[in-house]
Design a protein around this ligand. Sequence first.
Ligand code: SDX
Length: 386
Amino acid sequence: EHSTVQIQKGLAGVVADTTAISKVNPETNSLLYRGYPVQELAATQPFEAVAYLLWNGELPSDEQLAELRAEERRHRALADNVRAAIDLLPLSAHPMDEVRTAVSVIGASDVSGSGSVLDAAGSPEENLARSVRLYAALPAIVAYGQRRRRGEQLVEPRDDLDYAANFLWMTFGEEADAVVVDAFNRSMTLYAEHSFNASTFTARVITSTLSDLYSAVVGAIGALKGPLHGGANEAVMHIFDEIGEADKVVAWLDEALAEKRKIMGFGHRVYKRGDSRVPTMKAALDTLVEHYDRPDVAALYDALESEFVSRKGIYPNLDYPSGPAYNLIGFDTLTFTPLFIASRVTGWTAHVMEQTASNALIRPLSAYNGVDERHIDGYVPDAEAL
Ligand code: SDX
């Protein structure tokens, strides 16, 4: 359709729309959720309050937080049909596919309105309710996936525990220490929202056709799985396991860079001088290194960071401190990116509602570079072949 314009590969640098949900500023290396610096939110708010803020634009009053917590408790338990769908999958299925399937089942079972595709988009009220239900349901889905793979029984939620503590309870079947709950809560806040990243933009593209919120989340999960995006936190742990210890970093990096490998956990499309969220997540990792007495993890983390930054001038992103933090807490490496889903579902659904509120079908152009026009004239395949 166009052959002369400059192609923006990967839409790099393209401003596709406005958003009032978050502001990523690489110049000041800062990130605001509805105006609040993310490090302030991570240090002072429960993840429930941050979810409320992303959806509604303001931090909740005590009553609004209590109401959100009550609604979350009503939808925490793993639904029978969702569990049955997960149990149909082989234990070898990737947890991202497991969670994607679970969300599909939830979406396919929530048929409201006429059931016609014309009603798929849902009203703002319906979509807010759906967002809360997904946010509430995901911890049990992620926790069950890990326990199933370990051959452990399902753990029922506990209403006396708030979001982060209950997530850890359902995953490990024991109450986590306060310092662990705090570190986990911070990671949920830090992962929640990041403007038009690949998975969020995917959710907006799907929403722009007036499809439903669940389809948008399923698509976003597909995008998040890739190691260039959410899958990087799992990949970071594979790298830590490959290297083993700090004094093996130099040799490992020599070989990896010689093979032109991307070192997961480093670099970012928008942040070019470091990811604004890393200091807060690194501080959380430091508390866990202290709590579990694992100075070897800190040594490996610091050695790889300083070696890579000095060689490539490329800085860690949020996935770099998150990987070792989740490992210390006890999550299986394959569970790391599903944790990213549990958090980012709040940002995705906030963007679904924002896209719906002022929608335009997202359909960019392409510049054709295929063969010139040509015609059949005379070419007829062997009559028998038809
Ligand atoms: C997330 O967008 C978001 O906001 C995402 C996210 C969010 O909150 O939603 O922040 C979450 O996805 C964080 C990023 C997680 N991904 C990784 O850690 C994977 C490793 N990172 C790289 O693949 C890369 O840095 C990207 C994909 C994140 C960004 O790459 P760009 O902007 O497309 O830049 P690029 O790949 O063209 O890199 C520029 C140069 C290249 O060198 P040349 O080929 O030009 O010689 O830097 C090199 C790259 O090879 N480079 C790396 C590198 N990152 C960039 N080389 C080795 N290892 C890396 N990690």
